[in-house]
Design a protein around this ligand. Structure first.
Ligand SMILES: Cc1cc2nc3c(=O)[nH]c(=O)nc-3n(C[C@H](O)[C@H](O)[C@H](O)COP(=O)(O)OP(=O)(O)OC[C@H]3O[C@@H](n4cnc5c(N)ncnc54)[C@H](O)[C@@H]3O)c2cc1C
Ligand code: FES
Length: 287
């Protein structure tokens, strides 16, 4: 259930070129869209989110006043990056319930992520979470494959951690464009049987592995061309595939349609923030 947290940065480390791991301790939670706290002064974001709250109607605000709950793998957070107007969506890469610490892996893409990466331990920002739908829960004892490309490994590290104790076989295929952008490999290797590809096509490795094995489900996050190729490979062999999509976002909660992606069905589109970001690959157009 989403809540708007004051989050104190407790860890900031560069883990690859232009990629940082950030861990925040979630402290106080405000009801989302509430009046600005006079102690921190009015934020330029507050009018925007209050407007969305009015558009949505109070009854559709999920989790308002509910108990805080740990996020599930595949869900994301909306981070109030300094210096930019809109919040930035980032996948949840880990969560420690005992200490209320949430982990993100952030690639520096522009001003918002650069300013997030420049934050120092002890500084606070606002974080709205958890948002979106997680990867579907799978009964224990199944064979699960995880396929990631680049920063797409971030949510799959969290997923691997939750599946490692329950899956019969957990295999991870990790693709990176070059050596400088490689991260998370040792962590993933400890959790799964891991295959790494640098500079090639990780989908070739998946295709090869499917010649002699058949997983119960494949979960994927990464660049669209990679997931598009994976969709064809999985469809050809009748393997269920779930993908986590990324689109530019405005509100992050289903009100503005900035994040619409092409999909099957009458509407012809889905909102990545509210209907996803995790979809059955058959539901959406990946190109
Ligand atoms: C559900 C979701 C989960 C995400 N998880 C992660 C994550 O775990 N780690 C991570 O590093 N990034 C993640 N992203 C992408 C991240 O939100 C963008 O990189 C970030 O918003 C860029 O903000 P900026 O101000 O730094 O760059 P901007 O100046 O806003 O943009 C810089 C460049 O990045 C591109 N870009 C911006 N937003 C997106 C987007 N949403 N998708 C694709 N390209 C974009 C722009 O087109 C532009 O070329 C996620 C996005 C979504 C929607
Ligand atoms: S970002 Fe506003 S509807 Fe998805």
């Amino acid at each position: 259930m989403p809540r708007d947290y004051s989050a104190r940065l407790v860890f900031n480390e560069c883990i690859a070129e232009d990629i940082v791991e950030l861990c925040f301790e979630l402290t106080e939670a405000e009801p989302w869209g509430s009046a600005p706290n006079p102690a921190r002064g009015p934020s330029p974001l507050d009018p925007f989110y209050k407007k969305i709250k009015r558009v949505q109607g109070a009854c559709s605000l999920p989790g308002f006043g509910a108990e805080p709950q740990g996020p599930n793998p595949g869900q994301f957070a909306h981070l109030a990056a300094p210096g930019v107007f809109l919040r930035r969506p980032v996948s949840i890469a880990g969560f420690r319930q005992d200490e209320n610490i949430v982990r993100f892996i952030v690639g520096i893409a522009g001003e918002g992520t650069r300013n997030l990466a420049a934050k120092r331990p002890g500084e606070t920002i606002k974080i709205l979470l958890p948002l979106g739908n997680p990867f579907p829960s799978i009964p224990s004892g199944r064979n699960i494959w995880l396929v990631s490309g680049g920063l797409g490994v971030a949510p799959l590290l969290y997923l691997a951690k939750t599946l490692s104790g329950t899956a019969r076989e957990l295999r991870a295929f990790m693709g990176f464009s070059d050596e400088r952008s490689v991260f998370g490999v040792e962590e993933m290797r400890e959790l799964s049987e891991m295959t790494l590809d640098v500079g090639g096509f990780i989908t070739d490795k998946v295709s090869g592995a499917l010649a002699s094995a058949r997983p119960d489900a494949v979960f994927s996050c990464g660049p669209l061309p990679m997931m598009g190729a994976l969709k064809k490979i999985c469809a050809a062999r009748g393997v269920p595939l779930y993908v986590s999509l990324e689109e530019r976002m405005g509100c992050g909660v289903g009100a503005c349609l900035v994040c619409a992606c092409a999909a099957r069905g009458a509407a012809g589109y889905k909102r990545v923030c509210r209907d996803g970001p995790v979809f059955d690959a058959e539901e959406v157009v990946i190109s």
